[in-house]
Design a protein around this ligand. Structure first.
Ligand code: SAM
Length: 214
């Protein structure tokens, strides 16, 4: 079994968006979409780990501009093939753990990346994310809750309490993928010194956290 997260998402690119077809999750997805539509009107948004552009397309409907980035070109190529009505989206390849060479942005969005960050690296992750955003800029993450009968089971837990799922691709390749399910307490603890006006929304299948970096 392979535990390479980046390779997994590169290989999964073409089948990735099937995850958004699960019938039981549709009303939560609409709720998330509404929250995003109300968060980003007129903003210049820097998106990390954009994947195939599912949320990029939705944010771009209301944002001024979106710079959508991901480490994998295979997913960016799919995102680039989508229609962006306002023609306001640009793309770049970016590893969120590498130094950032651009001017910081007013707002940042990260969908379904938080759960893939090792718990022992979350502090470093937040600091890196904050280097992409101006002081006072808005940071917004969404990700999964664990829901029995809908989520894939947890197959193991490591010494840092990171949890892992087994993921199979249509070609039969199998990966052990880190997937953590944080509590709202964890956000308030991690962001206490680094963020303000922290708002946590807990749906059934998803959570969303919004705050302003200090
Ligand atoms: C679960 S997918 C989320 C995709 C998209 N944001 C969405 O919500 O549909 C996670 C994404 O993180 C990207 N990724 C993984 N490690 C990364 C890194 N170090 N830097 C940037 N992107 C990364 C993967 O290529 C993948 O597209």
């Amino acid at each position: 079994m392979n535990d390479n997260l980046v390779a997994y998402y590169s290989e999964r690119a073409k089948e990735y968006e099937k995850i958004y077809d699960k019938p039981e999750r549709q009303s939560d997805l609409l709720a998330l979409n509404d929250i995003l539509q109300n968060t980003f009107p007129g903003k210049d948004v820097f998106e990390i780990a954009c994947g195939t552009g599912y949320w990029t397309q939705r944010i771009a409907r209301v944002a001024n501009t979106v710079l959508a980035t991901d480490i994998n070109t295979s997913v960016i190529d799919i995102a680039k093939g989508k229609v962006y009505e306002k023609n306001n989206v640009t793309f770049d390849v970016l590893d969120i753990f590498k130094p950032f060479l651009r001017q910081p942005f007013d707002s940042l969005f990260g969908g379904f990346i938080w759960s893939h960050i090792k718990l022992q690296e979350l502090d470093k992750f937040i600091d890196t994310v904050h280097s992409f955003v101006k002081p006072g800029g808005q940071v917004f993450f969404i990700d999964n809750n664990f829901v029995e009968d809908s989520s894939r089971p947890i197959i193991s837990t490591d010494e840092f309490s990171n949890t892992y799922q087994q993921r199979e691709l249509e070609n039969g390749d199998s990966y052990s993928i880190i997937k953590n399910f944080p509590t709202d307490e964890l956000f308030f603890k991690l962001l206490k010194e680094k963020g303000e006006r922290i708002k946590f929304v807990n749906l059934k299948y998803y959570w969303a956290v919004s705050y302003y970096r200090k």
